[in-house]
Design a protein around this ligand. Structure first.
Ligand code: NAP
Length: 289
């Protein structure tokens, strides 16, 4: 098929995908593949391994091949931020891009939908969640933490504490977001016991607790107030040790899989022209994959 033909809707196949290095583990093709079938879209969603030194040339190739856009995963989210010509407000604030949309003229718009996924999952899982009284403790200061913090700021939460193994990264994050909110401060790693009693939302944004990784030290969970929410962005395993401990303490819990599902919605809408639904059926398909 000629490259130009692929850019039109007609009978041609609309193409999108996910790029990362490595990429084998990505679950995005399952999500988008499910929606393509469900909505009868004549499209495909590819899993593409792109090494850091190939990123520039790969992007040029994708545009020439007629890709509508692509998701971006580790380690390219920050680099992609500097390679697009336009940014949505969330990507601008988070300073990372996880979704790219190719315009008719080939210009790239970078979006960050992780915060949208984070907050949509929280609100759907705990409909009674009240941002105005929320005092959040964010564990970690990487890309996922930035997205979660941005989304919480957009909801005007009352307080955000950030703690990270590497203190400098937490300091830099708080400094970066200071222009958007005055409710952020850092807490030294391992010294969060003092604020546990005031924490109404604890979020693990580190990779601790993931399959093959040590568990997050969960001692503070027992000091969280009644009704507090514990949200783990790790989704493999789904019920992490952190969430199991929280449940045993009678706290509310939110798993990370819903964030993964919801962050995919804006990309699919932009590339394939149909806002997809996150359903129980899709969730079960993903969990059994
Ligand atoms: P990242 O930018 O590399 O950040 C990793 C974070 O984990 C940093 O804060 C890092 O601390 C911390 N960390 C790693 N190993 C640690 C250890 N042994 N002890 C203490 N802290 C440690 O990665 P990311 O993109 O933010 O992703 C972080 C996690 O969130 C991953 O598990 C990822 O799968 C998950 N995630 C889930 C979703 C979802 O949709 N549910 C979306 C995005 C990410 P240092 O700064 O000290 O290294």
């Amino acid at each position: 098929m000629a490259e130009s033909e692929q850019r039109t809707d007609g009978d041609t196949v609309l193409r999108a995908g996910v790029i990362g290095w490595p990429i084998e583990h990505s679950k995005s093709p399952i999500i988008h593949g499910y929606w393509l079938e469900r909505y009868g879209v004549n499209g495909r969603y590819d899993k593409i391994a792109v090494s850091p030194d190939q990123l520039d040339t790969s992007i040029t190739d994708f545009i020439a091949q007629g890709y509508r856009g692509w998701n971006v995963t580790l380690p390219h989210k920050e680099t992609m931020f500097g390679l697009v010509s336009d940014l949505d407000p969330a990507a601008q604030r988070i300073r990372a891009v996880n979704t790219v949309v190719v315009g008719q003229d080939g210009a790239l718009t970078g979006m960050n939908t992780d915060g949208y996924g984070f907050i949509t999952n929280l609100m759907q899982s705990i409909p009674a969640w009240q941002p105005q009284t929320c005092q959040a403790l964010i564990i970690g200061a990487g890309g996922a933490a930035r997205a979660a913090i941005d989304a919480l700021i957009q909801q005007n939460v009352k307080k955000i504490w950030v703690t990270n193994r590497t203190a400098e990264k937490a300091d830099a994050l708080v400094q970066d977001f200071a222009q958007y909110a005055s409710c952020l401060s850092t807490v030294a790693w391992g010294k969060t016991a003092d604020i546990a009693a005031q924490t109404t939302l604890l979020v693990n944004t580190t990779s601790l607790g993931m399959v093959g990784q040590p568990a997050l030290n969960v001692e503070d969970v027992q000091f969280l107030p009644e009704g507090a929410i514990v949200y783990d962005l790790v989704y493999a395993p789904l019920q992490t040790e952190l969430l199991q401990t929280a449940r045993a303490c009678g706290l509310q819990t939110v798993t990370g899989i819903g964030m993964l599902l919801h962050q995919a919605v804006p990309g699919f809408s932009a590339w394939f022209g149909q806002k997809p639904e996150v359903t129980e059926d899709l969730l079960q398909k993903l969990l059994s994959s």
